[in-house]
Design a protein around this ligand. Structure first.
Ligand code: FES
Length: 263
């Protein structure tokens, strides 16, 4: 009699395929792969590519959740497949479904075009714009100032948050949670000299006010970061900046007025 506690030794990997040279639209294809307790979804994709179908196309590089290139949609959730155990994602039939990141144009199979993602990243000028008096050795930043960044510097730019965002589903002009998180880093960085310009851009039409606060980005982030909180902080700072600017403009209108003589 077979042992009902025996773990399955194979799994079915259902993959969305699309070859723009021959396919009019994507279709699903099943593969059976060996299953061990340590098998990750990326291992399964490698097994398929090397042993079964060399045309299967996907991005990956580090295999250690560092480079951010292997983000895909697994059973409806965006994850890094290199750190996702295959056994954990299997349904009762021993099957897992893998699709490319949603809301982005598909180049081939599991590879998407991330151009809009990178455009928004560059839009926020994610680099430090330092003051003229750069110290010879290092800037001295306090532990409290580092704490305020909430580990945002550990973002690996995988795109999982970006492609889970319902606003991105509607428009690629929105700054997006990934770029907002980078802007947050720079705006709160005491070494940066351009927070006002950054906030002015973020307060514009396709900036942080377009966020619907649905929290998908938080659920999707494989590094447990909180882009929604960063967006909220940027909104508050943008409001303060706007209010200060409006008050200054009002005051400037009166600066050149003649002083009323006392009668
Ligand atoms: S392969 Fe680099 S994050 Fe997965």
């Amino acid at each position: 009699m077979p042992d009902s506690n025996q773990q399955p030794t194979t799994a079915i990997v259902r993959i969305q395929r699309f070859n723009p040279d021959v396919d009019k639209k994507p279709h699903m294809q099943d593969f059976t792969v060996p299953l061990t307790p340590g098998t990750t979804i990326l291992d399964a994709l490698h097994q398929i590519k090397t042993e079964q179908d060399g045309s299967l196309t996907f991005r990956r590089s580090c295999r250690h959740a560092i480079c951010g290139s292997c983000a895909m949609n697994v059973n409806g959730r965006n994850v890094l497949v290199c750190k996702t155990p295959l056994a954990r994602e299997l349904d009762k039939q021993g099957c897992v479904t893998i699709k490319p990141l949603p809301y982005l144009p598909i180049i081939k199979d599991l590879v998407v075009d991330r151009s809009s993602f990178w455009e928004q990243y560059l839009r926020v000028k994610p680099w430090l714009i330092p003051p003229d008096n750069v110290p010879e050795k290092e800037f001295r930043v306090s532990p409290e100032e580092v704490e305020a960044l909430h580990n945002a510097e550990t973002c690996i730019m995988c795109g999982a948050c970006y492609s889970s965002c319902q606003v991105i589903a509607m428009t690629k002009h929105y700054v997006g949670p990934h770029a907002a998180l980078k802007a947050f880093l720079r705006v709160l960085d005491p070494r940066d000299t351009a927070p006002a310009e950054r906030l002015a851009d973020l307060a514009g039409g396709d900036g942080v006010y377009r966020c619907h606060t649905i929290f998908n980005c938080i659920d999707a982030c494989p590094k447990n970061l909180n882009p929604t909180q960063a967006i909220e902080t940027l909104r508050k700072l943008a409001q303060k900046r706007q209010a200060m600017e409006e008050a200054r403009q009002e005051r400037q209108k009166t600066l050149a007025l003649p002083v009323k003589s006392e009668e």
